[in-house]
Design a protein around this ligand. Structure first.
Ligand code: ZN
Ligand code: MN
Ligand code: MN
Length: 278
């Protein structure tokens, strides 16, 4: 059993508890899961056995929301569905004892960034109001800034933090591929320090609940989100070393979201590299 908080996103195919077996089989010290099929609005409830087995876990597990959810949707039907779906996910997370759900802030769909960020904050207020007793946070993920995606500037996340009624229900997830594609040059020590300084000034480093460790298939500032294996992309090993050796993140789980096949051999190799860098 690894307790170094380094791991990977694991499939829940066959039951949410199966993610634990998969993670254990490759020595994950942390696991990210989807709470339901990530391309569907709703899923079937967990079985009692599934929940019981999942709750016996010995590694930290956190969740990632489904990709369909857009808290900045301009279509009212889509927006209502997004809020309902996230409420359902918060309830599922609470049932499993999962402390937070990583989520992309949303896409403004042409309404503009200011309007989009306001909409995200209002939607989060609605979700938090409907789940007020549940000890589950939403960790806003930094994004690459594709299309009309919000969250590619730390200022966007800061704006959401300052707009919602309950900022204590929020946290942050830093995705290395996304910040790099968004223009934060973590390849150099100076560039990495600049990112951390801004993060601390705008939001607070203590709000960082998780990292996604992905290299980038696309160059600095490309605003394109394509994950690559660690050290094989435009970030390269030095960038990961800056993150992994930063003592601020002791206690913060870090997971891979890199391409993988059924036998998970790519995850094994990427985890080996990350552990060596640390
Ligand atoms: Zn994500
Ligand atoms: Mn990510
Ligand atoms: Mn991505």
């Amino acid at each position: 059993m690894n307790s170094d908080l380094l791991g990977a996103h694991m499939s829940i195919a066959g039951g949410v508890d199966r993610s634990l077996e998969r993670g254990a089989s490759i020595g994950c010290g942390a696991i990210q899961i989807f709470l339901k099929n990530n391309m569907q609005w709703s899923g079937k409830p967990y079985s009692a056995g599934e929940v019981a087995r999942f709750r016996e876990r010995t590694v930290p597990v956190f969740a990632h929301s489904t990709y369909l959810i857009n808290l900045a949707a301009t279509n009212p039907v889509f927006l209502r569905r997004s809020i309902a779906s996230l409420v359902d996910e918060v309830k599922r997370a609470a049932q499993l004892g999962v402390p937070f759900i990583v989520m992309h802030p949303g896409s403004h769909m042409g309404a503009g960034e200011e309007a989009g960020l306001r909409r995200v904050a209002q939607s989060l207020d609605a979700v938090f109001a409907k789940t007020s007793k549940l000890p589950v946070q939403i960790a806003l993920e930094t994004t690459a800034g594709q299309g009309t995606n919000l969250g590619y500037r730390l200022e966007h996340l800061a704006e959401i933090f300052s707009s919602v009624k309950q900022p204590d229900r929020l946290a942050v997830c830093v995705d290395t591929c996304h910040v790099f594609a968004a223009g934060y040059d973590i390849r150099t020590a100076a560039g990495y320090r600049k990112l951390v300084r801004e993060l601390d000034r705008l939001i607070g480093c203590e709000r960082v609940a998780a990292f996604h460790l992905n290299d980038s298939k696309t160059p600095l500032g490309s605003r394109v989100d394509r994950h690559e294996h660690i050290g094989k992309g435009h970030i390269g090993l030095a960038g990961f070393q800056h993150v992994l050796r930063d003592r601020r993140w002791r206690g913060v789980p870090m997971v891979l979201e890199t391409p993988k096949s059924d036998d998970l051999h790519e995850d094994v190799e990427n985890l080996r590299i990350l552990r060596e860098l640390r």
